[in-house]
Design a protein around this ligand. Structure first.
Ligand code: G3I
Length: 380
């Protein structure tokens, strides 16, 4: 197994730069002057995490072991800013077991070794997601309808990682208010086992990881359009049903893939949803924050400011709730963003990279970075 470099070896050789300053009001301020100095990477608690910790929360980002191995600047940024890492792809079923019975644990193990050596925690993403279920498993589920396949998957993954990883997105993206049945996505699990696959999966996770924090994670809650509105209601209704039935559900993940093309955030709708979830005794993690911005006609500075402003508006709502336990961005740098990866190369050539993460593709912190630091710190 390839081992990623440790924090000490990465930090050796990094120039020391001024730390984030804290105003008398406890607000994390952007350093003055040219080139926005980065926080001191040698600080014992990294900067965005330091800001988050001052508000009783954690900050983290999604990452991939291969990117971390290849890219020294990414490692430095992660160690500067993150307390938590989410494996972007390695824990998904189709990454772990692309072919039935052939297991690929080494990218997860790599990421965990890096995390252990550097004192980072890891979020478990994700045990069940239709899009990342291998075709052989889908076929088998639909033809045999035998829960043992699920049981074995949970047992294998949680048996190996359940005590090391404390927080799990047990189910990813179960809601569908448009083509769903009872607002649940007609995914493979639904079609094979019916709507109670959700209850069974949560029970299964609890059986294999009795002390883990078990979460259902979903997207599409932020805007004022009818679909987002229906999704908020459906998410709360699902959580209410599970809590009423004493299903082991500790928290929810709200992905927060913000999108500048969707109009203004529905702040009242977001507040209502968040409050309703908290009233059910759940806590909340912002699990995949980033901002989709595609209007290349504007200057880079204007685009970056829009991204930061949207981030601030969103965090202003969410961080008013102490039950929001952590904020995870879906990547740290525009160099590695699914929002860029998913577009065709000719579209990418025309638009450039999506600028929806804290660092640009050359690892300069953008306004979103300072907004995150400020919002996380200010919510203390
Ligand atoms: O590694 C293979 C490569 O060998 C192959 O040549 C190439 C051809 O398509 O595919 C590569 O795998 C891709 C993988 O990312 C690594 O780049 C998959 O096709 C691609 O589907 C996969 O995309 C990931 C996606 O989830 C599906 O797992 C994205 O990186 C990841 O950002 C995205 O993350 C999801 C969250 O899990 C759930 N919420 C939405 C979020 C964004 O879609």
């Amino acid at each position: 197994m390839l081992t990623l470099p440790s924090r000490r070896s990465i930090l050796t050789g990094l120039a020391l730069v001024p730390a984030l300053s804290v105003t008398p009001h406890g607000v994390w301020a952007r350093p003055e002057g040219e080139g926005a100095a980065l926080p001191d990477a040698s600080a014992s608690v990294p900067s965005l995490s330091r800001a988050a910790r001052s508000g009783g929360r954690y900050f983290g980002a999604a990452a991939r072991a291969d990117h971390l191995r290849q890219d020294k600047a990414l490692r430095a940024a992660v160690l500067r800013d993150c307390e938590v890492l989410t494996p972007e792809i390695h824990l998904k079923w189709n990454s772990l077991e692309w072919r039935k019975g052939q297991f690929n644990f080494s990218p997860v193990d790599d990421l965990l070794t890096f995390s252990d050596e550097n004192g980072l925690r890891v979020r478990g993403h994700t045990l069940l997601w239709d899009q990342s279920t291998p075709d052989w498993a889908k076929r088998e589920m639909l033809s045999q309808r035998d829960w043992r396949l699920m049981s074995e998957h949970f047992s294998r993954v949680l048996g190996r990682y359940g005590s090391r990883i404390e927080e799990w997105d047990v189910i990813n993206e179960p809601i569908d208010t448009e083509a769903g049945a009872r607002n649940l996505r007609r995914n493979t699990f639904f079609r094979a086992f019916g709507p109670t696959y959700i209850e069974r999966a949560m029970e299964e996770a609890r059986a294999h990881a009795p002390n883990a924090h078990l979460v259902i994670n979903d997207y599409g809650f932020e805007y004022g359009n009818p679909v987002d509105k229906a999704r908020r209601q459906a998410f709360v209704a699902l959580a209410r049903r599970l809590r009423a039935a004493d299903v082991p559900l500790d928290g929810v993940g709200v992905q927060a893939h913000l999108d500048l093309s969707k109009g203004p955030l529905d702040t009242a709708g977001l507040q209502d949803m968040t409050k309703a979830l908290i009233d059910l005794g759940l806590d909340i993690t912002v699990t995949e924050l980033d901002v989709k911005e595609t209007d290349a006609a504007h200057t880079t500075a204007a685009r970056d400011q829009k991204v930061a402003d949207e981030t601030r508006r969103y965090l202003d709502v969410m961080l008013a709730f102490p039950e929001v336990r952590g904020v995870v961005t879906w990547g740290l740098t525009d160099k590695f963003s699914w929002l860029t990866e998913q577009v065709d190369s000719h579209v990418r050539a025309a638009r450039g990279v999506n600028r929806g993460l804290p660092y640009d593709d050359a690892y300069s912190p953008k306004p979103m970075y300072w907004t995150l630091a400020d919002s996380l710190g200010a919510s203390a």
